[in-house]
Design a protein around this ligand. Structure first.
Ligand SMILES: Cc1cc2nc3c(=O)[nH]c(=O)nc-3n(C[C@H](O)[C@H](O)[C@H](O)COP(=O)(O)O)c2cc1C
Ligand SMILES: C=C(O[C@@H]1CC(C(=O)O)=C[C@@H](OP(=O)(O)O)[C@H]1O)C(=O)O
Length: 357
C-alpha cells in the first residue's frame, strides 16, 4: 500500500480515524527553515472537525506534537515527524458496517482489495488522514514564504449556489464566515443550504477554487510530471474529489484559438501575458501568471437515510448512516486543497534547483 507523496519533499502519513493517533513524516525538508508551530496549529484548526454547525460534530482539538527534525525552532534537515492524537472516536456508530458496505464510501473496495478492514470511522479511508497532510502542508507553506508564493483557496460553489469569479472577490475575507466563501451574501445562502440539507438527513457537494500568486517561472516538467498534472493528481487524491480543472478548463472548449490564446507583452523586462486562460501553466511549466484551478467534491456517502446494500457475503441489507458526519465537506476542504498545492509547489521548487547549471 502506498502511503507516501512527493519526490524531494516527501511525506508519508500514518494512522486510522479511530486508532490512537494519526500523523506524518516529512522527509526532505531543507535544514534551516524556521518552524512556526502556531501557524501549524492555525492551519489544523481551519480543517478540524466540530468547528461549526455545518461540519461533523466530532470534537477533535487536533493539537500536535513534533517528535523529530526540529531543534530550537529550526528544521535540521532530518525527517520531521508530527503526531496528532485522536480523542473523540465513537466507534459504536460503526458496528453496523463491520460486515456491510455503505454505498459510495470506501468500505466495499477496501474489503475486496485487502480482505481486512478497520471499519471504525472508515479507518484509513477516513478524511481524518487529511489532518496529517495539512500539518505537512503548513511546513511547505513556510518554505514557500521565502519565494513569496501565496496560495488561497475558498468555497466557490455549494450545490447550485455559486460565488462571483475570483477576480471580483477579496480573498482576504475567506475566513470571515464558516463556509469559507469570501462573498458574504453568497456565503449566507450556502450556509442556509447546507443547514437545510443536514436537516433533510442528506449531503451536498461543492467546489473549492484555489488561486496561487507569485509562482516563480519554471516550475514543472515538460513531460509526465507537468505542473498541472501533479496538481491534478494531488487534488484528485483528496477524499470525495470528483473533478479537477485548471485555467479555462471545460469552458475553454467553446472558444476559438484567437480568443483563447494569451498574448505576450514585455512588462519592463518581465515577460507577461495579457490574459491568463492558460491558468499560469504552459507546456507543464509555470509562466509566472496566477495559477488557478477548481476542485469538485461530491455529496459525501454517509447519509442518515435507509439505503440498499449488501454484506460481505453478498446478502442484501439496509444501511443507514449513524453518528457524526459532514453534510458538505467543502468548508473543511479549503485548507486541505491549499496544503496539497503547497506540497506540490515545494517539491517542484526543490526539483527546479537542479534543472540548470
Ligand atoms: C474534509 C472531508 C470530510 C469528510 N467527511 C465525511 C463524512 O463525514 N462522512 C462521509 O461519509 N464521508 C466523508 N468524507 C468523504 C470520504 O472520506 C470519502 O468519500 C471516502 O473516503 C471514499 O472516497 P471517495 O469518495 O474519494 O471515493 C469527507 C471528505 C473530506 C475531504
Ligand atoms: C474525523 C474527521 O472527519 C471524519 C471524516 C469521515 C469520513 O468518512 O471521511 C467521517 C466522520 O468520522 P467519525 O464518524 O469518526 O466522526 C468525520 O467526522 C476529521 O476530518 O478529522
Amino acid at each position: 500500500m502506498s502511503n507516501s507523496y512527493g519526490t524531494l519533499f516527501k511525506i508519508s502519513t500514518f494512522g486510522e480515524s479511530h486508532g490512537p493517533a494519526i500523523g506524518v513524516i516529512i522527509d526532505g525538508c531543507p535544514a534551516g527553515l524556521t518552524i512556526d508551530e502556531a501557524f501549524i496549529q492555525s492551519e489544523l484548526d481551519r480543517r478540524k472537525p466540530g468547528q461549526s454547525k455545518i461540519t461533523t460534530q466530532r470534537k477533535e482539538d487536533d493539537t500536535f506534537k513534533i517528535l523529530s527534525g526540529v531543534f530550537e525552532g529550526v528544521s535540521t534537515g532530518t525527517p520531521i515527524a508530527i503526531v496528532i492524537e485522536n480523542q473523540d472516536q465513537r466507534s459504536k456508530d460503526y458496528s453496523h458496517i463491520a460486515e456491510a458496505f455503505r454505498p459510495s464510501h470506501a468500505d466495499y473496495t477496501y474489503q475486496a482489495k485487502y480482505g481486512v478492514r478497520d471499519y471504525r470511522g472508515g479507518g484509513r479511508s477516513s478524511a481524518r488522514e487529511t489532518a496529517a497532510r495539512v500539518a505537512a502542508g503548513s511546513i511547505a507553506k513556510m518554505f514557500l514564504r521565502k519565494y513569496s508564493v501565496d496560495i488561497s483557496a475558498y468555497v466557490s460553489q455549494v450545490g447550485d449556489i455559486k460565488a462571483p469569479h475570483f477576480s471580483k472577490l477579496d480573498l482576504s475575507k475567506t475566513e470571515d464566515n464558516i463556509v469559507r466563501c469570501p462573498d458574504s451574501d453568497t456565503a449566507e445562502k450556502m450556509i442556509s443550504l447546507i443547514d437545510q440539507v443536514r436537516l433533510d438527513r442528506d449531503t451536498i457537494g461543492g467546489v473549492v477554487t484555489c488561486v496561487i500568486k507569485n509562482t516563480p517561472v519554471g516550475l514543472g516538467e515538460p513531460v509526465f510530471d507537468k505542473l498541472h498534472a501533479e496538481l491534478g493528481k494531488a487534488m484528485l487524491g483528496i477524499n470525495a474529489v470528483k473533478g479537477f480543472e485548471y485555467g479555462s478548463g471545460f469552458e475553454g472548449i467553446t472558444l476559438r484559438g484567437s480568443q483563447h490564446n494569451d498574448e505576450f507583452y514585455n512588462d519592463g523586462g518581465n515577460i507577461r501575458t495579457k490574459t491568463n486562460l492558460s491558468g499560469g501553466v504552459q507546456g507543464g511549466i509555470s509562466n509566472g501568471e496566477d495559477i488557478y484551478f477548481n476542485v469538485a467534491f461530491k455529496p459525501v456517502a454517509t447519509i442518515m437515510q435507509d439505503q440498499d446494500s449488501v454484506d460481505k457475503n453478498g446478502n442484501p441489507v439496509t444501511v443507514s448512516g449513524k453518528g457524526r458526519h459532514d453534510p458538505c465537506v467543502v468548508p473543511r476542504a479549503v485548507p486541505i486543497v491549499e496544503a496539497m498545492a503547497a506540497l506540490v509547489l515545494t517539491d517542484f521548487v526543490l526539483r527546479a534547483k537542479s534543472s540548470k547549471v
